[in-house]
Design a protein around this ligand. Sequence first.
Ligand SMILES: NC(=O)C1=CN([C@@H]2O[C@H](COP(=O)(O)OP(=O)(O)OC[C@H]3O[C@@H](n4cnc5c(N)ncnc54)[C@H](O)[C@@H]3O)[C@@H](O)[C@H]2O)C=CC1
Ligand SMILES: O=C(CO)COP(=O)(O)O
Length: 323
Amino acid sequence: MTHTARIAVIGAGAWGTALALQAARAGAEVSLWARNPAAMSAGRVMPRLPGYALPSGIAVSDVMPRQADLILLACPMQHLRVTARNVPPCAPMIACCKGIEQATGLMPLQVLGELFPHSVLGVLSGPNFAHEIATGQPAAAVLASADRTQARRLADLLTTPAFRLYASDDPTGVQLGGAAKNVIAIAAGAAIGAKLGENARAALITRSIAELSRLSHALGGRPETLSGLAGIGDLLLTCTGAASRNYRLGLAIGQGTPAQQAADALEGVAEGRATAPALLQLARQHGVSTPVIATVTSLLAGTIDMDDASQLLLSRPVGHEFA
Ligand SMILES: NC(=O)C1=CN([C@@H]2O[C@H](COP(=O)(O)OP(=O)(O)OC[C@H]3O[C@@H](n4cnc5c(N)ncnc54)[C@H](O)[C@@H]3O)[C@@H](O)[C@H]2O)C=CC1
Ligand SMILES: O=C(CO)COP(=O)(O)O
């Protein structure tokens, strides 16, 4: 008889809940840790899927699991450190959040590496709206770990025919893609909100990829990762999908709503907001020019408005495309 995998999901927001449903679909015994299980209601957890119901087989608790074969950390990036600190390192851990820790400039696996230097660590990222994963619609993502064999083994625990998890041994590139696409989605939303047009959005997305390629190279990521699911894949989804919270944050800012007010009106976390300044600082530390990320950071801080933002980008010299 084969052993049923025990998967513990930490964080019961939209993404943690969707991952718990996916893990159950993959045949695992699933536990879902929520800060406040009593506050979990369909409309709050999964606003895009108000009628969803967790199967009774998924145990929801505010007590951290003591045993598991795999731990998925699905809380927002800025709460990863404080949440993960309470997780017993009883199994490989997969960071499922997308962002950079603002206080330290660290990526998810660097944060986990500080807390759990002896654990097997991985990161899951890709074009995945939680409400679509929750209902089992087809999707693909990447699971990256420094060790390729571990990455494949861990991906297999979550893979089903409709959720195709590719393995990667480039966690740096995968984390950068996941963090940066939220910042670029704010730019794309702002361009559409300000009625700059779809040409402008396509140009922004494409020039952002040039920015990210430079940064990825400086950080030690592999170039092909950015053309994969965690890079272009997630940019395509988040910069064009109206369900994206980051895109909608940008849209509201482009329409003239102050950043704080626009963020308060969202029904969930828009990671790009905290990640933009952290990513900009990381780029500066590595001497990499990232004009789109810099412009989004200033827009979010309210130090420039949409007219300034487009002027800043349009007044840059036009040179060779891949200089
Ligand atoms: N929602 C989506 O479609 C996807 C989200 N992600 C990523 O997953 C991560 C979590 O996002 P969502 O589940 O969508 O967030 P969400 O906005 O649905 O939920 C936020 C969660 O954070 C918790 N939280 C709030 N304050 C906290 C604190 N101080 N400490 C610990 N937890 C706290 C809330 O209880 C809630 O469970 C983010 O990094 C996001 O980028 C990744 C892929 C898809
Ligand atoms: O990461 C996501 C899709 O891959 C979710 O995007 P938002 O956080 O912008 O809603």
